[in-house]
Design a protein around this ligand. Sequence first.
Ligand SMILES: [Zn+2]
Length: 219
Amino acid sequence: MLNIILLGAPGAGKGTQAANIIKKYKIPHISTGDLFRATLKQDNPISREIQKYINKGRLVPDKIVISMFKTRVQRPDCRSGFISDGFPRNLFQVKALDGYLEEINRKIDAVIYLKLSSAESLKRLTARWLCPSCNRVYNMITQPPKKDSVCDCCGVKLIQRKDDVPETVKRRLAIYKKETFPILAYYSKQKKLLTIDANAQVAVVSNRIKSALKKAKNS
Ligand SMILES: [Zn+2]
């Protein structure tokens, strides 16, 4: 059994790495984002409760997130373990998770933290630009336009979405750091934290994760 938590700075490539891990270790990916979306498609007291918070633009309370997670872990595919992404996101959730896993005779085996420098996060997260005329999307790192900041098809000057401008991204990064720091400290104290340098290509990062997990499993 392998119970993993995946933490990663925005832009660190968490989704891609999660996909590699589930393939290699044959464990399901539990993403709170997916859980929310799946729950909201149903009509029951929990989904109505969640909808209320979303309508008000507020965070869904810890107790709802925790209960959603518990329900998910009880499904048969989690018998071999899981990789959790987006949960826990604060110390209250961390402790609730630990308590619950203890109840069912399980524990977190490893916490993978994809570490990315702020400069690299900023570079990756502000790389998306689009053409206001034809909506074609460019990535200034991986798929830049032929001519600087101008659409290949229409010659129109490219623009950025509000979410992708440096000020917004910087704010997001600051919130992420503040939220994540106590969680890292907690798992580091428990000697479960595997810090992976994510300032590299996907395949390189993937290999780093594999060898760190191997070491952790053998220790
Ligand atoms: Zn265009």
